[in-house]
Design a protein around this ligand. Structure first.
Ligand SMILES: NC(=O)c1ccc[n+]([C@@H]2O[C@H](COP(=O)([O-])OP(=O)(O)OC[C@H]3O[C@@H](n4cnc5c(N)ncnc54)[C@H](OP(=O)(O)O)[C@@H]3O)[C@@H](O)[C@H]2O)c1
Length: 274
């Protein structure tokens, strides 16, 4: 599996997103994803599926050390003490003694960034996670997080797809050496009928989904698409057998000039462009 390096680790370039998955379907999907070659699994306390994710991991028979597991602590649990308890409960549900990466899922509406970073660093110090990161952090918040952290912030998980311009965020992540993990990387399929994307997909004999994921990957982003379909599990992982040239990259990037929209949490953060 291809990986993107961040500080002293390598994050598998394609992970499986598990939001909305639950019950036996979730456990089966995680098992099938690992069987298809995925080594990076994204869950969160808020998804309510950590037990099933852990079940799928165990059923896969793949040693835990070969997997990159991410979970997230929600915005109401970020205070010192609450954060540690939330992650401990996640580990209990997952049936694991640590994750590879824990993220602040959304910034707290009340705590300062420095206050959020204290327990995040504490769980890293205690070995409950191998690495720390953030999610839905604007360039300014990412900068503030770096000012008050002891351990490197290896990832910032944010929405990214052809209908959302993230140039400022990508520059801010590059500046810090923080990897952008693109969520909603398919933009839920909204751009798949765009003539530019269809034309590029036809030229490379791949699907629009593969083109979009490759476009993000070639910008240095890790992608975590979600699918409930076994055939799509395989093709979403198979994005390294072709390369987009500069003109193709630019044509996809240009799409957000005419249609620029956020799918997740547009009202949760007042200052997305800050
Ligand atoms: N940190 C955060 O705040 C945050 C927020 C949102 C999401 N996330 C994470 O990011 C993951 C992915 O984002 P997402 O689930 O919102 O959206 P997404 O991955 O952009 O899109 C998922 C949708 O695309 C369809 N799809 C998947 N592969 C396809 C393909 N090859 N061709 C056509 N359609 C395809 C799926 O339908 P089928 O099931 O029918 O294939 C599903 O409806 C989540 O699961 C979650 O882990 C994080």
């Amino acid at each position: 599996m291809e990986a993107i390096r961040s500080y002293d680790t390598a994050i598998p370039s394609v992970g499986i997103g598990t939001w909305t998955l639950g019950g036996e379907d979730c456990a089966r999907l995680v098992h099938d994803a690992i069987a298809a070659g995925y080594r990076h699994i994204d869950t969160a306390s808020a998804y309510g599926n950590e037990e099933r994710v852990g079940e799928g991991v165990r059923a896969s028979g793949i040693p835990r050390g070969e997997l990159f597991m991410t979970t997230k602590v929600g915005p109401r649990d970020l205070a010192d003490g609450d954060f540690q308890r939330s992650l401990e409960a996640s580990l209990e549900r997952l049936g694991m003694d640590h994750v590879d990466l824990v993220l602040i899922h959304w910034p707290s509406p009340t705590l300062s960034v420095a206050e959020m970073m204290r327990p995040l660093n504490d769980v890293r110090r205690r070995g409950l996670t191998l690495h720390i990161g953030v999610s839905n952090f604007t360039p300014r918040r990412l900068h503030e997080a770096w000012v008050s952290t002891e351990f490197p912030i290896i990832a910032n998980q944010c929405e990214y797809h052809p209908y959302l311009n993230q140039d400022r965020l990508i520059a801010a992540c590059e500046d810090k050496g923080t990897v952008l993990v693109a969520y909603c990387p398919l933009g839920r399929g909204r751009s798949f009928d765009e003539p530019a994307i269809v034309e590029i997909a036809t030229r490379h004999a791949v699907s629009p989904a593969q083109v979009v994921l490759r476009w993000e990957n070639q910008q240095g982003a890790v992608v975590i698409p979600r699918t409930t379909r076994a055939d799509r599990l395989r093709t979403n992982l198979d994005i390294f057998g072709f390369r987009l040239d500069d003109a193709e990259m630019a044509a996809i990037s240009a799409l957000s000039r005419t249609r620029n929209e956020r799918i997740c949490g547009s009202s949760l953060i007042a200052d997305w462009n800050d």
